[in-house]
Design a protein around this ligand. Structure first.
Ligand code: NCD
Ligand code: ZN
Length: 344
């Protein structure tokens, strides 16, 4: 297969930032994706429906004029989120989920939840109103190894959440381990996981290949090869519980190449093409459309996009650096060849 045509995909986990950076990065996503779940970790975070409405307007203003890109907004779950915030989210037609960050787990997560149980009344309202809970599924305890944070989250919190709120729609975001895959495959109730392209492409050696590689540093961290293989198997399996979420998270080059560098991989400029590479290598291009364009809408109760994109096997070279909003950003696969090209 040298050319494939799939229904226009959606990105179910995306960081678009704000201001000049927002303007610079929206087109990279809008060129391929019809919609995206936009993460709320701005500074300050998107906490309320009215914050989300204002942020959505800023995103739409930054979209290329010829694009129909639709941002699907999320609220940031804090310890002060109320049941009424959830009711308002459910009543709005543009807030599609609430994102849980454990406090301190990742970029701009200081406002996150310190004790998940304290958010249970709010989560109960989400279950009642059918608002999905998107989870950054990691614990942050200092005595838990950073590579084990996801597995320990599943053990300590996910099981209990699942049994306390059996009808709650849950997404384990950016799944990185075989533990996550096994859990999501076998759990009862509405549950799914997004999988990034960088976690499908790399094992943790990519963090240290010939030297320290800050552009492969993201959270949750890239894991061992056996975990990568479990992610590829799940993504390419055709199971409706797994769908595309890039977690594309741009940071200025100087903030990544620093003594205390930021976590995040900027994959949007070639995301769908890189997923195509992964699916091709797995001999599963016929399952790309389900993963990228069908399973996500089904989970969120939305119709798939009604138009199509076409990808062709025709190598091109990604720029070594991109200029965005007055900053330099290093994209995934910088300066190197990409095997597929979106032609339509
Ligand atoms: C994200 C970011 O930079 O906003 N970084 C990342 O490494 N994934 C935050 C997140 O999703 O954890
Ligand atoms: Zn993210």
């Amino acid at each position: 297969m040298n050319r494939i045509r799939i229904r226009r995909p959606d990105d179910w986990h995306l960081h678009l930032r704000d201001d000049a950076l927002l303007e610079a990065v929206v087109p990279a996503t809008a060129r391929s994706f019809g919609r995206a779940i936009v993460m709320p970790n701005l500074k300050p975070p998107v906490r309320t429906v009215s914050d989300a409405r204002a942020y959505r307007e800023r995103i739409l203003a930054a979209c290329p004029v010829d694009s129909d890109f639709e941002p699907l907004m999320t609220l940031y779950l804090t310890e002060t989120t109320t049941v009424d915030d959830i009711r308002q989210a459910a009543e709005s037609d543009f807030v599609h989920a609430v994102k849980y960050y454990p406090a301190g787990a990742t970029t701009n997560s200081d406002s996150g939840v310190r004790e998940l149980e304290r958010a249970y009344p709010v989560i109960e309202a989400m279950e009642k109103h059918g608002v999905p809970l998107l989870m950054h599924g990691e614990v942050t305890d200092g005595d838990v190894d950073v590579f084990d944070r996801e597995a320990v989250f599943i053990e300590r919190h996910l099981e209990k959440l699942r049994s306390t709120f059996p009808a709650l729609k849950m997404v384990l975001e950016h799944a990185t381990t075989s533990d996550a895959i096994d859990y999501v495959k076998s759990a009862s109730g509405p549950i799914a996981a997004t999988i990034t392209v960088h976690h499908l492409m790399f094992n943790r050696n990519a963090l240290f290949e010939g030297g320290l590689r800050p552009h492969h540093y993201c959270l949750p961290l890239i894991k061992r090869e056996r975990h990568r293989q479990a992610l590829v198997a799940a993504a390419t399996s055709g199971s409706e519980r797994f769908f595309l979420g890039t977690d594309s998270a741009p940071h200025p080059k100087h903030a990544k190449e620093s003594d205390c560098g930021c976590a995040g991989v900027y994959s949007a400029p070639a995301a769908i093409e890189l997923y195509a590479e992964v699916f091709e290598a797995a001999g599963a291009l016929d399952h790309l459309e389900g993963f990228a364009s069908l399973h996500g809408p089904t989970f969120y109760g939305l119709a798939p996009n009604d138009d199509f994109v076409e990808l062709e096997k025709s190598p091109w070279t990604m720029d070594a650096e991109l200029t965005a909003g007055g900053e330099t950003i290093v994209p995934l696969r910088a300066g190197n060849e990409i095997g597929w090209r979106q032609v339509r």
